[in-house]
Design a protein around this ligand. Structure first.
Ligand code: SDX
Length: 379
């Protein structure tokens, strides 16, 4: 009997030097650094450099990266035109994926099909340009759904503050910038999750980086993966307030509903990133004076963990945090893309550097071989 590993549960398919997820120690390392320490001390730009190059940047390297990011952060007219073709009723992840495809078509258009796979240097340049372009794409997505015009970037603001500026058009408060920056670092990378593995599969055929990223966006869109943080807010809206948690959970579990923001394929005793993101949420609850948000958050977590022994994942604290900042729930997963594009592109470059076509086997369970009616074999 073939030993089938459905969902590749527990299967190690390759090596990676990008990050280590360790459920035994409940830890997450980016190129050897604990993510909690990075979130407490680094700007998101420095973590992007770490994931791409394997080391934290020197001051000069960070200054160079920031200068490059500023060169590419404006919403390109041809990308805005493509986004404006997407109905505002469409899922924002389809809008983001269309925008990334347009960026790819614009850059690859002049290259031969063979060259589009890209050299290591070309892919590093493409990674930085996507990193720089996505904040404007995500910010404009929320504004167009509200019938508002795009806001141009500000050169006096670094990455996190500028994304907030382009979304809300207000001077971002340092408490909000810090909480948001931490969330982007926590969302940046997580080894062979479904969307990253998708990017590696596409890269393994020697396709191009933009195609691998758009495929990863398609995988991340699903509610079992990236789409969960949107669903956490829908759950909070359904429950309303902490006193409604018990009856709501009775009903949800009776219907065998998956409680979004809880559970994880790898972490079985809690997601290593949650304490850091919960602290960021608490700072926002204090800043906006919204204690009821934390009351509901804690009531649902306590009740569900006590009943099912299933712990929150990163999407659980990030949902209410993004909502307090003012992001629409439909903007949550595009924000996940803006962060995870750093991890995806680091894996794309790693896969391309020592490539092996990813092509698993399958166990056939269909009908035994049989003759097509009317077929007469040659004598
Ligand atoms: C992300 O892989 C990554 O690293 C992903 C990610 C990243 O950074 O890239 O961490 C980001 O995707 C986080 C996960 C976001 N998704 C959700 O919050 C959706 C809700 N979670 C579940 O669908 C589930 O926990 C998964 C998909 C996350 C993990 O599922 P597994 O490992 O395949 O486990 P399972 O679905 O087989 O669950 C085992 C049991 C089942 O019960 P039985 O059928 O055996 O009785 O636990 C139950 C499940 O029903 N269960 C849940 C549950 N999660 C698991 N029951 C209710 N609600 C849940 N959330």
């Amino acid at each position: 009997m073939t030993d089938i590993k459905k969902g590749l549960v527990g299967v190690v398919v390759d090596e990676t030097a990008v990050s280590k997820v360790d459920p035994e120690t409940n830890s997450l390392l980016y190129r050897g650094y604990p993510v909690q320490e990075l979130a407490a001390t680094q700007p998101f730009e420095a973590v992007a450099h770490l994931l791409w190059h394997g080391e934290l940047p020197t001051d000069d390297e960070l200054a160079t990266l920031r200068a490059e990011e500023r060169r590419h952060r404006a919403l390109a007219p041809e990308v805005k035109a493509v986004i404006d073709l997407v109905p505002t009723a469409a899922h924002p992840m389809d809008e983001v994926r269309t925008a990334v495809s347009a960026l790819g078509a614009a850059e690859l258009g002049g290259l031969s099909a063979v060259a589009s796979g890209g050299t290591a240097e070309q892919n590093l340049d493409r990674s930085l340009r996507l990193f720089a372009a996505l904040p404007a794409i995500v910010a404009y997505g929320q504004r167009r759904r509200r019938g508002l015009e795009a806001i141009p970037p500000r050169d006096d603001l670094d990455y996190a503050a500028n994304l907030l500026w382009m979304t809300f058009g207000e001077e971002p408060h340092p408490v909000v910038v810090d909480a948001f920056n931490r969330s982007m670092i926590l969302y940046a990378e997580h080894s062979f999750n479904a969307s990253t593995f998708t990017a590696r599969v596409v890269t393994s055929t020697l396709s191009d980086l933009y195609s691998a990223v758009t495929a990863a966006i398609g995988a991340l869109k699903g509610p079992l993966h990236g789409g969960a943080n949107e669903a956490v807010l829908d759950i909070f809206d359904e429950i309303g307030e902490a006193s409604n948690v018990v009856p709501w959970l009775d009903d949800a579990l009776a219907q065998k509903r998956k409680i979004m923001g809880f559970g994880h394929r790898v972490y079985k005793r809690g997601d290593s990133r949650v304490p850091t993101m919960r602290a960021a949420l608490e700072s926002l609850v204090a800043h906006y004076d919204r204690p009821e948000v934390l009351e509901l958050y804690t009531a649902l977590e306590t009740e569900f963990v006590n009943r099912k022994g299933i712990y929150p994942n990163l999407d659980y604290p990030s949902g209410p945090a993004y909502s307090l900042i003012g992001f629409d729930t439909l903007t949550f997963t595009p924000l996940f893309v803006a962060a995870r594009v750093t991890g995806w592109t680091a894996h794309i470059m790693e896969q391309a550097a020592s490539n092996a076509l990813i092509r698993p086997l399958s166990a056939y369970t269909g009908p035994a071989q049989r003759r097509v009616p009317g077929y007469e074999p040659d004598e």
